[in-house]
Design a protein around this ligand. Structure first.
Ligand code: G1P
Length: 289
């Protein structure tokens, strides 16, 4: 009923202050989980869900992301000369598999809603996905794939959600729940980063969305919300009544890679998934327990 989701927006303009000094000269989205940068995990999740066009909203100092998804002839030749053809082919495959890619800049860090709005001309008039690379989900079926499937039945706006400890509601967009139907949660409203004392629930949005293009109209007036930023949550909340919103309780484990401990956990969990690393990871964990 709701048509295919072909486009994805990746807001990657953030400064990454929580990871200084590591992120002084390197985008936080290039921090590796095992051997892939966060942004590549997000792009591969989008590809698995059928996304064909990839739009990055970047900022100053983010050119490493563009280079990462571009051909590197020098590297390819060096790898080939060293007979590391598999590695060389892998780097070529990554670029070639992407299809349509475009980068646009968010000139000022005015908030997530503003970053998404910066991609309006690229997205045009069709539903699209948004992936925040800080949020990494380990799942048997990738999180966005699960969402796209569910969205086929619901349409409207959708975000991946999970319960968080009550004291953490001031870090997330929080749902005011109207009803639940399996993994789908319908809402009366959404609140960005409420204080735990007046949070409507503990069900919080994580960085995966499917949105209707009308969200751009809501973002157009650039109204500031929580933290003085233009909030995506406010624009989606504004549309409820006209465009249904569903929270989707995904299957899998989410890691907050914008946080040092979350990032370490993700590295351990993803390395533990790899046959060539599993035993070594277990051994290290035992040593430090
Ligand atoms: C953003 C959103 C928030 C959402 C979160 C998920 O916040 O504004 O609603 O819950 O991402 O990671 P940020 O983490 O950018 O402050």
């Amino acid at each position: 009923m709701s048509g295919k989701i072909r486009k994805a927006v990746f807001p990657v303009g953030g400064l990454g202050t929580r990871f200084l000094p590591a992120t002084k000269a390197m985008p936080k989205e290039m921090l590796p989980v095992v051997d892939k940068p966060l942004i590549q995990w997000a792009v591969e999740e989008a590809q698995a869900a059928g996304i064909e066009e990839f739009y990055f909203v970047t900022g100053r100092g983010k050119t490493a992301i563009e280079d990462h998804f571009d051909r590197s002839y020098e590297l390819e030749q060096t790898l080939a000369a060293r007979e590391k053809t598999e590695l060389s082919n892998e780097t070529i495959r990554l670029t070639e598999s992407l299809g349509r890619v475009a980068y646009t800049r968010q000139p000022e860090p005015l908030g997530l809603g503003h970053a998404i709005w910066c991609a309006r001309h690229l997205v045009g008039d069709e539903p699209f996905a948004v992936l925040l690379p800080d949020d990494l989900v380990l799942a048997e079926r990738p999180c966005l794939t699960q969402m796209v499937e569910s969205y086929g039945k619901t349409g409207g706006n959708m975000a991946a959600v999970m319960d968080v400890p009550k004291e953490h509601t001031n870090r997330y967009g929080i749902l005011d729940i109207a009803g639940e139907d399996g993994p789908l949660v319908s809402v009366k409203g959404l609140v960005e980063k409420p204080d735990p004392s007046n949070a409507p629930s503990t069900l919080s949005i994580i960085g995966r969305y499917i949105l209707q293009p009308q969200v751009f109209e809501r973002l157009e007036d650039q109204k500031k919300g929580a933290g003085g930023e233009i909030q995506l949550t406010d624009a989606i909340a504004d549309m409820i009544g006209e465009t249904p919103f569903h929270g989707f309780r995904f299957e899998g484990r989410r890691f907050d890679c914008g946080d040092k401990i979350g990032f370490l956990e993700a590295n351990i969990a993803f390395a533990h998934e790899r046959e060539d690393m599993k035993e070594a990871v277990k051994k290290i964990c035992r040593e430090f327990s």
